[in-house]
Design a protein around this ligand. Structure first.
Ligand code: HEC
Ligand code: HEC
Length: 325
């Protein structure tokens, strides 16, 4: 190559590399490895400072009545943003009625919470703050209190150009939640990134049991491992105190229906189901193998099946490889 040509060659390579670098950087906020891009609400676009503020609020116990509980008390990063309890501990020794959900990939939820009724993460954030069994704060008192904390009031002015208020609070917390993406498990590496050896032979066989021999993907479908629909998986008996979505509209079609939870990170989210009564994945599989509890309104998909001991352990090994947090 002549000297001049070499210079041009180097120059264009440099341009190409910088172009790719900046392209990746600028789209980092919307691209994920496995999922569709994140859709940000019009009134809550991506902004790094907002996320930082949201993260502080998420971990701040001053948001609760007796200052003992933050969002992270029940959504612990080390437990895939759950708390390892059947039901959670709120302020003043109060207990929630339901098992805390992982909020990983909450960015993609079309509807939030087990009843599938809350429309956005922004709206959801208000619920635990005011809920008697969780943080038990009056919004008006909380805003007054947080405005007096210079760090929060200054950030509100700087980022939102307004006083610290419920808008600032909910937009920041939701912005932080939208950064909690989990899509790089061994399964993702194997299935989406085509790295053949990322999953063991047993886990690969377990995926076949899950998706071909059994019916699990009818509700726990790829890539989110949930359809996000509200279903009755045969768990809730008619005499239960918590009949799921029924409590919202008292419509008998809703009896025993709960939002299908994602199975991503399921190895870390025990105990299982909305009341946390199953401690292990093995118990959950036995429950499905029995064809659920044959309850009122049970989905027709849930039917009895038999697995060999080996198939069951392969299925569990597969589920354990959905972990990435
Ligand atoms: C005392 C425990 C507790 C605290 C504190 C708490 N949560 Fe939760 N969270 C839960 C429980 C229990 C559920 C499931 C309730 C339901 O769906 O009915 C839940 C559900 C959620 C969900 C819905 C996830 C899904 O898959 O639909 C989101 C999002 C969430 N919490 C965010 C937060 C945020 C943000 C905070 C702080 C402002 C917070 N939580 C504080 C216990 C708690
Ligand atoms: C008809 C839809 C449906 C089908 C099919 C289905 N599930 Fe579920 N699954 C649900 C619902 C709904 C829940 C939550 C129920 C509750 O909390 O009461 C759930 C909960 C779970 C949980 C507990 C998750 C948690 O974090 O608490 C596991 C594990 C699970 N299912 C595994 C499976 C497996 C394995 C199969 C296949 C044998 C399967 N599911 C088939 C709807 C379904």
């Amino acid at each position: 190559m002549s000297g001049n040509l070499k210079k041009y060659y180097l120059f264009f390579t440099f341009l190409l590399v910088s172009f790719l670098f900046f392209k990746c950087k600028s789209s980092k906020n919307t691209l994920t490895l496995t999922f569709d891009k994140i859709n940000y609400p019009i009134d809550n676009q991506f902004n790094e400072q907002k996320i930082e503020l949201g993260e502080k609020l998420f971990f701040d116990k001053r948001l609760s009545l007796d200052e003992t509980v933050s969002c992270a008390t029940c959504h612990k990063p080390g437990l895939a943003f759950t708390d390892g309890l059947a039901v959670s501990d709120g302020v003043l020794g109060r207990k929630t009625t339901r098992n805390s959900s992982s909020i990983l990939n909450a960015a993609f939820l079309p509807k939030v919470m087990f009843d599938g009724e809350v429309a956005t993460l922004e709206m959801q954030a208000i619920v635990p703050i005011q809920e008697h069994t969780e943080m038990a704060m009056k919004m008006k008192d909380l805003i007054e209190k947080l405005r007096k904390i210079p760090e929060y009031q200054d950030a509100a002015k700087k980022i939102f150009n307004r006083d610290f208020d419920p808008f600032v609070l909910t937009r920041s917390i939701a912005a932080y939640e939208r950064t909690l993406i989990s899509d790089n498990s061994n399964f993702d590496k194997y299935y989406y990134q085509k790295r053949k050896f990322a999953l063991s032979k047993n886990a690969r066989a377990g995926f076949k049991v899950f998706s071909e021999k059994l019916y699990c993907t009818k509700c726990h479908s790829l890539p989110y491992f949930t359809t996000f629909k509200i279903e009755n998986n045969g768990y809730t008996e008619l005499n239960s105190e918590d009949l799921g979505r029924f409590r919202i509209h008292s419509d008998s079609n809703d009896i025993g229906k709960f939002k299908v939870p994602s199975l991503r990170n399921v190895s870390a989210t025990a105990p299982y189901m909305h009341d946390g009564r199953f401690e292990t994945l093995s118990e959950v599989i036995d429950f499905y193998a029995n064809g659920g509890r044959n309850v009122y309104n049970q989905s027709e998909i849930i039917k009895k099946f038999t697995l060999t001991k080996k198939e069951k352990s392969q299925l569990i090994e597969f589920l354990e490889n959905l972990e990435d947090f």
